[in-house]
Design a protein around this ligand. Structure first.
Ligand code: NDP
Length: 282
């Protein structure tokens, strides 16, 4: 049987450490503050934003929500970001994605000052990550690195196969694993014969967005399987990208959905925001 990697438990441990750092900052007169910009009425985005705010408040951080209408102009959105860049009570700025089609996502992300880019999506943060310099790491891949470390899984020298190459998950995930001396293979929708690659993996990261996409034929005996997917199956039940039942007996370690990678993403957002606040008192 595979060992289940419990993201809820590991996330909780890290949140306790982050909460201690918040308390220390408060003794220095600084309350870490996160501003979240929500454009429009996307129900999933609203839920994510509410969870982020709740998590901030639960550990004593300040959170501000800036709600903008679906038809807000790009200029008005950029003006909000410019204000937050200057606001001393705000240490981290996050723009909830996706944005409406009339807004240039790259321009918006690029407008966040690198010192407050707690999502780690701006070109400056991504460049520093590639160079292995200190920066804000994108929350989901950063959280996965923590899951691996807390589970005692050695990364150096391992073959990691990433399925998916999005800017927010797949690409940075491969880079972080490479920075820790893994041998990394990226696969994507144009990859021919995916199981040929995944079957060689010591660590599989599934970030595709398709229910039960990774099956027994993709996984080598004893591999570590990390499931990033958040999908709904035909019964409208939450599920990952991995066919958990089929893979559970083959993998040495596996993350469940829910309760695996999911809880780590917000945890690392809190960690990044506190780091941004700590940087202001250094
Ligand atoms: P994207 O849709 O941006 O990227 C999906 C990737 O999967 C693309 O690179 C695509 O390839 C690749 N892909 C699609 N079909 C195949 C295929 N048949 N074979 C191999 N690769 C394929 O998704 P995200 O990266 O944003 O998210 C992936 C999943 O993770 C989603 O379910 C999302 O909800 C979830 N997620 C979970 C988070 C969490 O906190 N747990 C955080 C963020 C995302 P190509 O580039 O060629 O199109």
């Amino acid at each position: 049987m595979s060992q289940i990697i419990n993201g809820k438990e590991i996330g909780q441990k890290i949140r306790e450490e982050v909460q201690t750092r918040v308390a220390t900052l408060k003794t220095q007169g600084v309350t870490p503050g996160l501003a979240v910009i929500l454009v429009g009425e996307n129900p999933a985005s609203k839920t994510y934003v509410a969870n982020k705010q709740k998590s901030c408040e639960a550990i004593g951080m300040h959170s501000a929500l800036i709600k903008l209408a679906e038809d807000v102009s790009q200029e008005a959105l950029l003006a909000e970001i410019a204000k937050l860049n200057q606001d001393d009570a705000i240490h981290g700025i996050l723009v909830q994605l996706p944005l409406p089609n009339h807004i240039d996502e790259d321009a918006v992300i690029g407008a966040i000052t690198p010192a407050k880019d707690v999502d780690g999506f701006s070109p400056v943060s991504v460049g520093k990550m590639m160079l292995g310099q200190d920066t804000f790491l994108p929350c989901t891949p950063y959280g996965i690195m923590k899951l691996l470390a807390y589970s005692g899984i050695e990364v150096a020298g391992k073959h990691a196969v990433i399925v998916g190459r999005s800017h927010i998950v797949g690409k940075p995930m491969g880079q972080l694993l490479l920075n820790e001396d893994a041998t990394v293979t990226y696969t994507h929708s144009k990859t021919v014969n995916l199981p040929y690659y995944t079957k060689q993996a010591d660590i599989i990261i599934a970030a595709v967005g398709r229910p039960n996409f990774i099956t027994a034929e993709h996984v080598k005996e004893g591999a570590v399987v990390i499931d990033v997917g958040i999908n709904r199956n035909e019964q409208n039940k939450l599920c990952g990208d991995v066919d958990f039942k089929a893979v559970e007996g083959i993998a040495s370690h596996i993350t469940p959905v829910p309760g695996g990678v999911g809880p780590m993403t917000i945890t690392m957002l809190l960690d990044n925001t506190v780091k941004a606040a700590e940087n202001t008192v250094k």
